[in-house]
Design a protein around this ligand. Sequence first.
Ligand code: MN
Length: 273
Amino acid sequence: MQLTEAQLNAYKEKGFVLLPNWFSQAEVNVLKAELPAILTEDTPRRGLEQNGQSVRFVYAPHVSSEVFRRLAQHPRLVEVAMQIVGSPVYVHKFRINSKAAFHGDVWHWHQDYIYWREADGMPAPRAVSYLIYLDEVTEFNGPVNLIPGSHRMGVVDYIADDADHALHEQTNPGTVLSSVTRKYSVQPTTVTQLAEKYGIESATGAAGTVLCIHPDCVHGSAPNISPFNRTVAVITYNSVENRLQQVDTPRPEFVTNRDYTPIEPLSEAALFF
Ligand code: MN
């Protein structure tokens, strides 16, 4: 599977492209059937919201789920990632963001690449991320908002905030994650300038939609006060030619994968087995 020229051009122009019906309802059903087990597993890979109860994210769901392991090797993701970065790829990160009804909290304006450069030693933004929608994403349940074209600015002014780190420590005491979270958000004045220049788009879509996003594209999402969950699987593929450099305190393997073996895509029917 490849993006059409129009889809690829949209990605290059805007820093993201929305791919409706990328996965069928039947495939979404297979993925969603795994969620109860994944979200209730008591594991250091899991992080909670500030209320200490709702699941905010689970890293590396493919560790415990064969379905999600196969999702990461799906040709509709892997082949497109290869098309975008121009080389074989491996999985840099894999996470489920649950954004639960009523309790799913804010993700402030940020660029993904700054985290990977600062915390993981990624040399260049030669990677691509997908948000695979497992629920319908509407204007009400905290869609990702993006500033189209912002990726062309490279890394913009940011704030490195350890307050979020302390908060995470309170919410997730004693977990590995509590020692690795530092927040890099884009300066509000920079968000204002970019939004006045380029506008803001909201990436809504049915379950099965995929949002494909450039590492430098500025984005964030509001809390989910609606009664509807907004669960997405987030997979980042990095070029095998863009391997991570050594860092002083590497994040755990389930947060930042350092196995650079190129992925061999499975068949189109990978989720049915
Ligand atoms: Mn992000």
